[in-house]
Design a protein around this ligand. Structure first.
Ligand code: ZN
Length: 489
């Protein structure tokens, strides 16, 4: 079948047919984490959303260059050009080098994402590794007259830009509205207008992360990194830019303005945004006591959690909602999702036991087409999961002898589960016994056969020694007429 992948473009506010600029190549940029704390649910949702997009585009045959940045400098406390750098603040509190904080939390992030079976991107650039590119882009914006220097810092001139272009087109805001909503803040006297944003900030004496520039020793504004690194790795115009809805304004709005100001054209063709996560109907927040990080979910070590929830449980739960809808986490909802996930994984095993018949009661290829239609409809994963449960129903029904399928259709069903559940949704089977158990079984058979050799030659001390040593590590050996068997204590 011919795929017409429809994606909802935040910029045009409608679903559009996805047509890459240079097929089969696709450039995908997603805003990654600011690495100053443990990864939490807010990190899991965009990572999983765009992982599914990455996987699906690859499945359709595209060669995807997926760039997801690491923000290690320039993200200030209040997101509005004031306050301390988030990484630098953590470094000060922990009495560590900023790059120690970055290294530590980048590893923590990778570990959590690996557990969630999120594929690593093609390139994971650090903001601090692209200061030169950011300075060059600030220079170009100044040359075009859309930025001004003030006291060693450089600000984007929103009003001037808005005389030629539309600032606010992504978030649906107008400059008039911004003007009436902007309070005059102390310490923003450097800016011509409160909503102008920093492209470069002069570092205060106590600020440790600083680089030389034509304007001052300082650091780039937060929005600069994604514009500079997107251009650096995907070109001045690329296909898809993703991120959480909370980044639409000001971060992505600023990115659009920066690219248009520097290059005379927009960088991004399709803007995709995932919705937010709430916990028991509330926004996640440190002050609300519901800020649960991923490790706490995996271990069940937060007071709001009745028990541990596995990474695949979390992944399946997130995918049960469409990425543009909200997701509300609760113990009940997670436990319901776990049942669904287990049922799917059980069926994925049962399918290999099905006996073929000479005809089929169900049209499996029609079901497969429905699965593609769901994914082509703006990555409708809840719809896809509903179709997968129809596959589960068929598998169980054939296994119970209520329905029949031909060998060809059974193969088609095996393929459908593999492609949609495993490859595209990225679910892996946590319920299987795993490779370790097979290894232990193999080792035990080797040890027991050596013990049998000893007994056959009436070498009782060696035979007893093996039995006693195994007992010490918690393994019981039982001698029966059929030979020795073993079990864990
Ligand atoms: Zn970004």
């Amino acid at each position: 079948m011919i795929h017409k992948l429809m994606l909802y473009n935040t910029l045009t506010r409608r679903k559009e047919v996805f047509e890459p600029l240079n097929p089969p190549h696709v450039g995908l940029y997603v805003c990654g984490p600011t690495v100053y704390g443990d990864p939490h649910l807010g990190h899991a949702r965009p990572a999983i959303t765009f992982d599914v997009l990455f996987r699906y585009l690859q499945h359709l045959g595209y060669k995807v260059r997926y760039v997801r940045n690491i923000t290690d400098v320039g993200h200030l406390e209040n997101d509005a050009d004031e306050g301390e750098d988030k990484v630098a603040r953590k470094a000060r509190l922990e009495q560590l080098e900023p790059m120690e904080i970055v290294q530590y939390y980048t590893i923590r992030y990778h570990q959590a994402m690996d557990a969630l079976n999120v594929k690593r991107p093609s390139i994971e650039p650090h903001a601090s590794g692209h200061i030169i590119e950011q300075i060059e882009m600030v220079k170009r914006i100044m040359e075009q007259g859309f930025a001004y220097e003030s006291n060693g810092s450089v600000y984007f001139d929103v009003l001037k830009y808005n005389t030629k272009h539309h600032y606010g087109k992504l978030s649906g805001r107008s400059v008039d509205e911004l003007l009436s909503n902007t309070r005059e803040l102390d310490g923003q006297a450097e800016k011509r207008n409160g909503f102008d944003f920093a492209l470069w900030k002069k570092a205060q004496p106590e600020h440790i992360m600083r680089w030389p520039s034509p304007w001052s020793d300082g650091f780039p504004g937060w929005h600069m990194e994604c514009s500079a690194m997107g251009t650096r790795y995907l070109g001045e115009t690329f296909d898809i830019h993703g991120g959480g809805m909370d980044l639409v304004f000001p971060h992505h709005e600023a990115e659009i303005a920066q690219s248009v100001a520097a290059n005379g054209r927009e960088a991004v063709r399709y803007w995709l945004h995932n919705n937010m996560i709430t916990i028991n109907g509330q926004k996640m927040g440190k002050s609300l006591g519901n800020f649960i990080n991923l490790e706490e979910f995996f271990k069940g070590s937060h007071e709001k959690l009745e028990r541990a929830y596995s990474p695949m449980n979390i992944r399946f739960f997130i995918l049960q909602a469409h990425y543009r809808g909200t997701v509300d986490f609760s113990n009940e909802a997670l436990q319901a999702a776990e049942k669904g996930y287990r049922r799917l994984m059980e069926a994925a095993k049962t399918i290999h036991k099905l006996k073929p018949s000479d005809h089929s009661d169900t049209d499996v290829s029609a079901l497969r087409n429905k699965c593609y239609e769901a994914m082509d409809d703006d990555l409708n994963t809840p719809q896809l999961i509903a179709h997968l449960f129809e596959a589960v129903r068929i598998i169980n029904s054939v296994n119970d002898g209520h329905e029949v399928l031909t060998a060809v259709d059974i193969e088609l069903l095996v393929d459908l589960i593999q492609v949609f559940a495993i490859d595209i949704l990225g679910l892996s089977d946590e319920t299987s016994t795993g490779g370790d158990d097979q290894l232990v079984e193999g080792l035990m058979q080797t040890i027991l056969s050596l013990r049998k050799d000893a007994r056959d030659r009436k070498d009782w001390p060696t035979s007893d020694k093996i039995r006693d040593r195994l007992k010490e590590v918690g393994i019981q050996v039982k001698d029966t007429r059929e030979g020795a068997s073993w079990s864990r204590d």
